[in-house]
Design a protein around this ligand. Structure first.
Ligand code: SAM
Ligand code: DTB
Ligand code: SF4
Length: 332
């Protein structure tokens, strides 16, 4: 399908459509492009936690803020594989490995991440990584190890970016996304609402995502989890109506993508989440922890799926991906 070239004004007009009308329109698009009964379930594993040199205002893992996050060096591969196995038993088809790094460095830690990717891929699950900035060569190494997706969020609009982060810029983000693409990885990129941004900023973020070619295969929409000790600790919880509006607009603007109802679900009712699914969300993070903050329990989500008539989507349903072999040449 040919992605439409949206203008910012068109996206803003959509965003400002009366809510139920917007949800109805998004629901139509969702039905046209996706099996609305299926939700992709990902599980997050924080393989390296805290102590990050960056200054992202929302993030509890930045070393410079006084938060309760305890710093952990890279987790042993066996432990990561065990957690991935548990997630698979719980219904997850994708595991996302997160590291509190500014960027990937070519060292032992990265070699260990490559081992984790191989291991999880061999278990028949899609593997995603979110490790910060990355060169094309590093992206290729990950792809060769069997990585399916790279997550790298643009977080907000270009105009608002330097109010949230000063230690890198928007172009750095876009550059990493291009590097992941050049290596043949699928791209997961989205952002956060509830950081004090304007409607225009939300729209600007969607505009930037919509002009990427190809568009991201997955767009996470996070509701800010305001964590004590971060500069955004006093931000009020984002109204569920904003989340529904943002998800519906994303669904219409990028019809083919998986829209992920991402961080912030612990503060949402089942009814609120149901409206998000109706508005086109078709992906979630499951498991009782995101990276450092709480998330609903697996069982609670499965109960929600039963009530709403949703089912977890199988791994590798969208793309032929030979997960039985990684692409590296084996030399004896
Ligand atoms: N360090 C890497 C990076 O920043 O690209 C990867 C991990 S980072 C924690 C991944 C994403 O988590 C961020 O880009 C941001 O969108 C999201 N995130 C972090 N803290 C959050 C919070 N408190 N609330 C909502 N989303 C958050
Ligand atoms: C994404 O968009 N959200 C996830 C994942 N990608 C890496 C992270 C959410 C983190 C929420 C705060 C925390 O738990 O530390
Ligand atoms: Fe570091 Fe990523 Fe958190 Fe920014 S979002 S402080 S880069 S872990």
């Amino acid at each position: 399908m040919q992605q439409k070239n949206w203008t910012k004004q068109e996206i803003l007009d959509l965003y400002n459509t009366p809510l139920l009308q917007l949800v109805q329109q998004a629901s139509e698009v969702h039905k046209q492009y996706h099996n609305t009964a299926e939700v992709q379930v990902s599980s997050l594993i924080s393989i390296k936690t805290g102590g990050c040199p960056e200054d992202c205002a929302y993030c509890p893992q930045a070393a410079r803020y006084n938060t309760e996050v305890k710093v952990h060096k890279v987790m042993p591969t066996a432990e990561v594989l065990e957690l991935a196995g548990n997630a698979q038993k719980g219904g997850a088809s994708r595991v996302c490995l997160g590291a509190a790094w500014r960027e990937v460095r070519d060292n032992r830690d990265f070699d260990n991440v490559l081992d984790m990717v191989r291991g999880i891929n061999n278990m028949g699950m899609e593997v995603c990584c979110t490790l910060g900035m990355l060169t094309e060569e590093q992206a290729k190494k990950l792809a060769n190890a069997g990585l399916y997706a790279y997550n790298h969020n643009i977080d907000t609009s270009e105009e608002n970016y330097n109010k949230i982060i000063s230690t890198r810029n928007y172009d750095d983000r876009l550059n990493t996304i291009h590097n992941a693409r050049k290596a043949g990885l699928t791209v997961c990129s989205g952002g956060i609402i509830g950081m004090g941004e304007s409607a225009e900023d939300r729209v600007g973020m969607l505009y930037t995502l919509s002009i990427l070619r190809p568009v991201p295969e997955s767009i996470p929409i996070n509701a800010l989890v305001a964590v004590e000790g971060t500069p955004l600790e006093d931000q009020p919880q984002v109204p569920i109506w904003d989340m529904i509006r943002m998800i519906a607009t994303t669904r219409i603007v990028v019809p083919t993508t998986a829209v992920r109802l991402s961080a912030g679900r612990v503060g949402m009712s089942m009814e609120g989440q149901a409206l998000c699914f109706l508005a086109g969300a078709n992906s979630i993070f499951a498991g009782d922890k995101l990276l450092t903050t709480p998330n609903p329990e697996f069982n609670q989500d499965m109960e929600m799926f039963n009530i709403l008539g949703l089912k977890p989507k199988a791994a590798f349903a969208d793309k032929h991906h030979d997960h039985n072999h990684n692409h590296e040449k084996v030399t004896v």
